[in-house]
Design a protein around this ligand. Structure first.
Ligand SMILES: *Cc1c(COP(=O)(O)O)cnc(C)c1O
Length: 247
């Protein structure tokens, strides 16, 4: 059973730490969106977080979210897909999620673009979906050589950026990354800094003044460092929900 009081305490603690990290670098806490990563956690935990006021959620598997979604009553929530998306799941993903934060190739973006022209609006019903004819997306960038990590290679990023920015069914909102895991979160700082520099370069070089430049970076154990380096979205699972249940 999920103890709402525990979760409320965790949430208050996270919010305090967000505010403190923001204050350290002259930012406002409101600039930072908390995305609760609910993968592997049950519906009751998600519903509980929603009742506590959390409005952004991240799931990493289309099928897992599809089965939970039917039992949830979170009308104003914004759902982010944060895991690698295979082409054969793209249609379902575009229907279920308001935001795809893990676009890692021009081909996937073009596939989503085609689908957006075909599917009647599903996730777009939620008020938070904004412009229902377009899906908000982030480009996921792989900044380390770890073979297991998904994301566009840094060398391919300019081409992926150009491709995604030019599509009409998608709205490019920024970049996302998952640095390698380090015991000491300070060691993740150079990765966060690099993502921000890539965003600055790409965005400076575009004539599209309308492109938002979000930075989705930072997880339970390193979000404060990410905030200091400019994160506008942090993805928090275990610090909010507790230990992840075995799958
Ligand atoms: C699981 C996951 C998170 C959250 O991880 P925690 O360490 O539990 O906070 C964040 N981002 C992605 C992409 C994930 O898969």
């Amino acid at each position: 059973m999920y103890d709402l009081a525990d979760m409320a305490e965790n949430l208050a603690d996270i919010r305090e730490r967000i505010a403190a990290a923001a204050a350290r670098c002259g930012r406002r806490a409101e600039e930072i969106t908390l995305v609760a990563v609910s993968k592997t956690f049950p519906v009751e935990a998600i519903q509980g977080a929603y009742e506590l006021g959390v409005r952004h959620f991240g799931e990493n598997r289309v099928q897992e979210f599809e089965s939970k979604e039917k039992e949830l009553d979170c009308r104003e929530a914004t759902w982010h897909l944060i895991g690698h998306l295979q082409g054969n799941k793209a249609r379902r993903a575009a229907q279920l999620f308001h935001r795809i934060d893990s676009v890692d190739s021009a081909a996937l973006a073009q596939k989503l673009e085609r689908l957006m022209n075909e599917i009647p609006d599903a996730a777009g019903d939620a008020p938070s979906a904004g412009d229902s004819k377009r899906r908000d997306v982030l480009i996921e960038v792989r900044l380390s050589d770890e073979a297991t990590k998904s994301g566009a290679a840094q060398a391919d990023l300019p081409a992926v950026f150009e491709a995604v920015a030019g599509l009409t069914g998608l709205r490019l909102r920024g970049l996302m990354t998952i640095p390698p895991f380090f015991e000491d979160p300070e060691d993740a700082r150079p990765y966060f800094r690099r993502l921000r520099a890539l965003r600055d370069d790409l965005w400076k070089g575009t004539s599209r003044a309308d492109l938002a430049g979000e930075l989705s970076m930072g997880m339970s154990h390193d979000f404060e460092v990410a905030i200091e380096e400019g994160a506008t979205e942090i993805r928090i699972g275990t610090a909010l929900f507790g230990k992840r249940p075995p799958i």
